[in-house]
Design a protein around this ligand. Structure first.
Ligand code: PLP
Length: 383
């Protein structure tokens, strides 16, 4: 009989004490590109490292359990996880993506669509009429990102999944911003969940990695075959590190979001800030939806600095305890300027349509003491 385990327990213990050679408590790292056959015509469980590796499998099993999926494919990056789906679309397929997701996702979707690899519609998924219009002639894949990067807009996963399925599409949710600790899209009807595990799942800003989790076993098996075919799988050491990071995911994110919530409230009342986008604030337009759909509000927010680009320049020259860098979800706090960093590959029109202004800054709240972070932000705002 297998006990039902809480997600916290799965994250902390999946793969612990399974080593049969020496009884190592931490899972051994299998650095090998290939595997010896037992004898002629007698391969073992794994044949070649691109197709199979025990460290990737352990991590994939843990993530599939945490997301409530049938299986997972561990990829070399979050983008590789996205392309594991996009790269298999054909010219008569129709992909629907949100207008305000991660800039790299839009760059990939546009790049493949401009090569006529599929038909692409970019739509405000928070507008049910616009989404219905995008889906009216059918779709193959609906890509959802919620909360969105960087504006923290929240969309209704269950409603979009139902609309996508009615249009004949599979639905994938990029769950990078919340992690399986705070949101489980498969339980809300999604067919796939994907992660840039570079972010919260690994949590230590020391690798690039991704994962695609499928709700059903057939899709999960097909994902693994294609990841091997196209060479999208991740490195064993990265999978080992990611599983180590996953051990503390729940503890990290709980603390990070409690600090984020305190910071969002303080910043909202600050005269130097024109707007705070954080789903935990009662003023957030989708606060109720976030409270219903998520298990927590997370540790990401974006803020609109009064004074636009000049205000941003002054703030960044003085802010302390926030490193100016892309990425998010690590133990250290980061600040980024989407218009010139993460979303610079979008056209000015697309950025304007998405609401990404020159005064917008994205904050990833880490594990520092809240008082230090608040003092660091105050220094920036005094600037
Ligand atoms: N999805 C989201 C929401 C992201 O923020 C990112 C990267 O910032 C990605 C996907 C891409 O992931 P990676 O950088 O691991 O390729």
């Amino acid at each position: 009989m297998t006990d039902h385990l809480s997600p916290e327990t799965i994250a902390a213990t999946h793969g612990i004490a399974i080593d049969t050679a020496y009884g190592a408590v931490a899972p051994p790292l299998y650095l090998t590109s290939t595997y010896a056959y037992e004898a002629f015509e007698r391969p073992r469980q794994y044949g070649y490292g691109r197709g199979g590796n025990a460290n990737r499998d352990l991590l994939g099993e843990a993530l599939a359990k945490l997301e409530g999926g049938a299986g997972a494919t561990i990829t070399a990056s979050g983008m590789a996880a996205i392309d594991l789906l996009l790269g298999r679309l054909s010219p008569d397929d129709h992909l629907v993506v949100p207008h305000d997701c991660y800039g790299g996702t839009l760059r990939l979707a546009n790049g493949r669509a401009s090569r006529r690899q599929f038909r692409l519609t970019i739509v405000d998924q928070g507008d049910p009429a616009a989404l219905a219009d995008a889906l009216k002639d059918g779709a193959s894949l609906v890509f959802v990102e919620t909360p969105s990067n960087p504006l923290m807009r929240v969309v209704d996963i269950a409603a979009i999944a139902a609309a996508g399925h009615a249009a004949g599409a599979k639905v994938v949710v990029d769950n990078t911003f919340l992690s399986p600790a705070l949101q489980n899209p498969i339980a809300l009807g999604a067919d796939y969940v994907l992660h840039s595990s570079t972010k919260y799942i690994n949590g230590h800003s020391d690798i690039i990695a991704g994962a695609l989790i499928a709700a059903n076993a057939e899709d999960a098996a097909a994902d693994r075959v294609w990841a091997n075919t196209a060479g999208l799988t991740g490195a064993p050491f990265d999978a080992w590190l990611t599983l180590r990071g996953l051990r503390t995911l729940f503890a990290r994110i709980e603390r990070q979001q409690s600090t984020a919530s305190a910071i969002a409230e303080r910043l909202e009342a600050h005269p130097g800030i024109a707007a705070v986008h954080y789903p935990g604030l009662a003023s957030h337009p989708q606060h109720d939806l976030a409270a219903r759909q998520q298990k927590g509000f997370g540790a990401m927010m974006s803020i609109e600095i009064a004074g636009g680009a000049d205000g941003v320049r002054a703030f960044l020259s003085k802010v302390a305890h926030f490193t100016l860098a892309e990425s998010l979800g690590g133990v250290e706090s980061l600040v980024s300027h989407p218009a010139t960093m993460t979303h610079a590959s979008m056209s000015i029109e697309a950025r304007t349509r998405a609401g990404i202004t020159d005064g917008l800054l994205r904050l990833s709240i880490g594990l520092e003491h809240p008082d230090d972070l608040l003092a660091g932000l105050e220094r920036g705002l005094a600037g």
